[in-house]
Structures are given as structure tokens and as C-alpha cells.
Design a binder for this molecule. Structure first.
Ligand code: AMP
Ligand code: ZN
Length: 456
């Protein structure tokens, strides 16, 4: 089954082959751990998870690396402003090191709740300072850097195709510049190493050949991806906001040092919006915990993300979330009633494979799952087939059981009467009794094992 993915670099749907046959090196830009992740961030990690599961479903062995940005991500993409970690420390009154640890842990818990498979390798920027210094030193030897009062910068004018990933109009940007670029020579130049100012004031700082300071955000990912996946690996991904700056700069660094664009494929997930606005850590902010507090199953959010293609923006509304929760519930009920799995249906499996291989078309794959459930196939076949689909959906359908409800005597009596009515084929009585059960707050489902009561 040939897998086609949309590569932002070439703006083409391309067939994926492992640089090493059968294997894929996958790097996903990780979170900046100065605060909780919001559900927009989590949409991006769900996309990465759908990607990884699709790769595995297609038979690839995946080496999945994710970084934790625990230093160097500034509040402005123009290399000005504060380090988000130091700012988070001021906000919480705790040390930058402590909050890095706390929010890394919280992020991992969010991933687990969403059934997102953890990467095989986690890497922290603060554990790779030596690799970053070595990377910058090499760029310096090759003549790509210059020094200003506040740091060491990458000279983007050295590369004719700088910004190709974003199809940046550099001349237009430069002539239309209104922003103060300080001592930077060109608007698009970016910091590789920033000086601490007065040493001892920042909490996170290291000595380097250029002075005490800390690495820039972009060099982190270049140094860590090269360290764990090599100079040229298969897939690099992140959210769509990374195209014009972060990933353009990573590519510039790798081109300069290794002569490669770092990754064969560059994949980007579209944003989650909230009533048309971008969800961001500084603005509109919904955490996974916010949904849990409202009694929403985290997998309902996963289901919602399956309903929209990863390259389309998704507008988050209550209605959309509730209808996803209902869809997931209905699917679970249907699946649990199918009983024991038999043998999966080859035709459905082939159609499923074809959908996910077309640039991860999860919405179509989900529609196919509904078609399967409504089909005339025997229950055991349906069950075996949908469980195979769920290896990629990750909705944990195999584990789900209806909540055991303790049945009040009044309901027990209604159920007994209804059982008799059904046995005697008095259908209108059975329907009337079901309505009475609803009036006292219970839904009665007819399953192969008899009636089951669900609290509504
Ligand atoms: P950060 O923690 O800010 O470094 O972001 C972590 C990931 O979330 C990055 O891949 C971003 O591109 C992505 N991201 C940020 N905001 C959103 C959003 N509203 N929707 C989807 N992904 C986002
Ligand atoms: Zn990155």
C-alpha cells in the first residue's frame, strides 16, 4: 500500500519511501513547557499520532523523537521579548526548572488521556546544550554567523533559497519592513545564541565560546533532530505556524551545516480555532482539563479531531464537541454489542488502507467505519474489522464497556415487565415501558445479552 503525504516543502502529495527501506525517522516539534498545553496544541499532537499510527499500519518501523522546549523560546518570533520559561517563572513564583518539570509531566498526562502514543525518544533542549554549541560553532566556521550586542545571529542573506519552505518574499519583506530589527542585518536573520545580559540574573544560562547565555529556539530542534535521527531523516512535523519562521530557520541551519533540508518530508497540521480566533497560550485557552471538568471524555476530543482533515482548520465549538461525544458513544455501543470478533473483512480493510494512505484522510476513514457498522456483514466480521481500524483511530474501542449502573428497584420492575412484553411480542407495550424508563432517567438498550440500562 503506497502512502502519500502532503509535503509542505515541495507543495506536493508525494509517495513516502523510507530513506532506509521500511524505517521512518519522525521528528515532531514538542511543547514549550512554561504553561499547560491547550487543546489547539493537542490537536497538533493528535495529528502526529494519526501519522505515526498510519505509518505503523502501513508496515513501517517508526523512530519517533519529540523534543521538550525548556529554554530559549522567546515571546516574539523576532528574537526580542522574554524567554517564555523565565516569564512563566515570574508568573508562578516558581523556578524555571521546576515549572519545566511540572508542565512536561502535565503534557505527558494529556497525551496519555488522549491515547497518543508517547515518542520512543524524548529530548530536552537543556540536556543538549553541548550539541547546540557545536552546531553554532560549525556554522561560525562556515561563515554563516555574526555577532551583535545581544547574541550570535544567523545571516540569512548567505542563502539564495532561504525561506523556500514558506515561499517567503524576502525582497518584499525587507523593503516593506517597519519593525525595529535592532542590530540584526536582515529582517529574517535569527538568534543562534543569546547573551544573558547580566550573568546570574537569568535562571537558565550556560557558558559558551561567545559568552554566558542560552541557545535560540530553532537551533535546539536542528541539534536534537540531527543527534537522534541524523543529518537527513524522513519526516519533520509541527503546527502550521512553524512554516514561516521556526521550520524555515531549521532548514537554513541544516542546509548551512549539512547541505540537506533536514527532512525528506515537512508536514504541518492546521490550527484549531475558537469561534474563528486562533487558540493560543496567551489568549483564548481551553485545556484538556477544562473538558474533563465538564464531564467530557477526552477521547471525544480525539473523535472530533478525526472528523476534520489535519490540513483544514477546525473551529472548536460546544456543539461540535457534543456531537463528537455522541458519535463516539453511539460507535462504542454498536461495537460492544457485536460480541466476539471473527475474521476481518478484506474489502473493508483495503478501502480503509486506501483512505488513510491518501494523506491521512481520517474523516473518510471514519465515514467508512460507520458504513461498516451499518452494513449487513456478520457481527463478528464487523467487530474484527473495526478493531483493525481502531489501531489507527486510537479510540480504545476494544477496551470500552458500558458503565455498570446500579439499578433502582423501580427500573428493575420496568425491565422485568418489558422483558415479558418482548417475549410475548407485545411491541407497543415494550416501547411504552422504554419511555417510562427514560422518564426516570435511564435508557434501555437491547443487546445480544438482553436489556442493558444506561444512565442518561
Ligand atoms: P508550543 O508549546 O507553543 O511550542 O506549541 C506546541 C505545538 O502546538 C506546535 O507544533 C504549534 O505549532 C502547535 N500549536 C500552537 N497553537 C495551535 C493551535 N491553535 N492549533 C493547533 N496547533 C497549535
Ligand atoms: Zn522545533
Amino acid at each position: 500500500m503506497a502512502l502519500h503525504l502532503y509535503d509542505t516543502y515541495t507543495r506536493k502529495l508525494r509517495e513516502l519511501h523510507g530513506i532506509e527501506p521500511g524505517r521512518i525517522g519522525l521528528y515532531a516539534c514538542g511543547p514549550t513547557v512554561y504553561d499547560h498545553a491547550h487543546i489547539g496544541n493537542l490537536r497538533t499532537y493528535l495529528f502526529v499520532d494519526f501519522l505515526r499510527r498510519t505509518l505503523e499500519y502501513s508496515g513501517f518501523q517508526v523512530k519517533h523523537v519529540m523534543n521538550i522546549t525548556d529554554v530559549g523560546h522567546l515571546t516574539s518570533d523576532q528574537d526580542t521579548g522574554d524567554d517564555k520559561m523565565e516569564k512563566g517563572s515570574l508568573r508562578t513564583g516558581r523556578s524555571a526548572w521546576e515549572i519545566a518539570q511540572e508542565y512536561t509531566q502535565a503534557f505527558k498526562e494529556d497525551l496519555a488521556l488522549l491515547n497518543i502514543q508517547a515518542p520512543g525518544t524524548w529530548c530536552h533542549a537543556t540536556d543538549h546544550i553541548a550539541e547546540q554549541i557545536e552546531f553554532i560553532a560549525d556554522l561560525e566556521r562556515k561563515g554563516y554567523t555574526y555577532r551583535t550586542a545581544d547574541g550570535i545571529y544567523f545571516d540569512t542573506s548567505r542563502q539564495a533559497d532561504y525561506g523556500y519552505l514558506a515561499r517567503l518574499d524576502r525582497a518584499g519583506l525587507q523593503s516593506g519592513k517597519r519593525v525595529d530589527i535592532g542590530e540584526k542585518k536582515h529582517l529574517t536573520d535569527f538568534a543562534l545564541w543569546k547573551f544573558s545580559g547580566t550573568p546570574g540574573v537569568r535562571q537558565m544560562e550556560w557558558s559558551s565560546p561567545w559568552g554566558v547565555g542560552f541557545p535560540g529556539w530553532h537551533i535546539e530542534c536542528s541539534a536534537m533532530s540531527a543527534r537522534h535521527l541524523g543529518e537527513y531523516f524522513d519526516i519533520h512535523c509541527g503546527g502550521e505556524d512553524h512554516v514561516p519562521v521556526h521550520h524555515s530557520n531549521e532548514i537554513a541551519q541544516s542546509e548551512a551545516r549539512y547541505g540537506t533540508r533536514a527532512a525528506n518530508f515537512w508536514l504541518h497540521g492546521a490550527f484549531l480555532k475558537s469561534d474563528g480566533d486562533k487558540m493560543s497560550k496567551s489568549g483564548m485557552f481551553v485545556r484538556l482539563q477544562t473538558l474533563l471538568d465538564r464531564g467530557i471524555d477526552p477521547l471525544a476530543y480525539r473523535y472530533l479531531c478525526l472528523t476534520t482533515h489535519y490540513r483544514s482548520q477546525l473551529n472548536f465549538t460546544d456543539d461540535a464537541l457534543i456531537s463528537a461525544a455522541n458519535g463516539l458513544d453511539r460507535m462504542r455501543m454498536l461495537v460492544v454489542r457485536l460480541g466476539a470478533p471473527g475474521v476481518a473483512d478484506d474489502d473493508y480493510l483495503a478501502r480503509f488502507g486506501a483512505e488513510i494512505s491518501k494523506d491521512l484522510n481520517m474523516p473518510r476513514a471514519l465515514a467508512l467505519a460507520w458504513e461498516l457498522l451499518k452494513s449487513e456483514l456478520p457481527d463478528g466480521v464487523k467487530k474484527a474489522t473495526i478493531l483493525r481500524f481502531d489501531e489507527t483511530f486510537g479510540l480504545r474501542l476494544v477496551l470500552w464497556q458500558p458503565a455498570v449502573v446500579s439499578i433502582p428497584p423501580a427500573l428493575l420492575e420496568l425491565m422485568a415487565q418489558r422483558e415479558r412484553a418482548r417475549n410475548e411480542r407485545r411491541w407497543s407495550d415494550a416501547d411504552r415501558l422504554r419511555l417510562q424508563a427514560r422518564e426516570i432517567g435511564y435508557e434501555l438498550d437491547d443487546t445480544a445479552q438482553g436489556q442493558q440500562a444506561r444512565k442518561m
